[in-house]
Design a protein around this ligand. Sequence first.
Ligand code: DQA
Length: 152
Amino acid sequence: MRIFVINGPNLNLLGSRQPEIYGTADLSAVQEKLEDLASELDIEVQLFQSNSEGEIIDAIHRAADEAEGIIINPAAYTHYSIAIRDALQAVKVPAVEVHISSIHSREQFRSISVTAPACAGGIWGMGIDGYCLALRALAGMTARERTPETSQ
Ligand code: DQA
């Protein structure tokens, strides 16, 4: 099983960007944590970060053929990218939306996610641990899909 982890704009600056909000761990620390958990769960994770909307959409499209699940932190695009929402809806791959910070306790515009309705679920405010929680959720979700129901 392969999971795409897609990170949006400015998340390449994780670790130095507003550490009081996003913490001091950088994206390579996220990758390390995810890879440790992924090997425990016997899953492959592929991390991707882009500051461009089109590249994020292309990664979501690729997931349709190459992955069983998507973890996405669309960053600021969360709040206005109908194009990313459409891409998530177009591919039949379950997605979990992650936000490192508590988007519901910050500026009001951050509490609106136009992308969340295209996702199976979401995690916010748990720091970078949110990515691992999302991985566990997706692993459970896809395992259930693969297990045929017993008729009793
Ligand atoms: C974020 C929250 C967004 O509002 C913000 O634009 C980001 C990061 C988060 O992970 O908390 O870039 O998605």
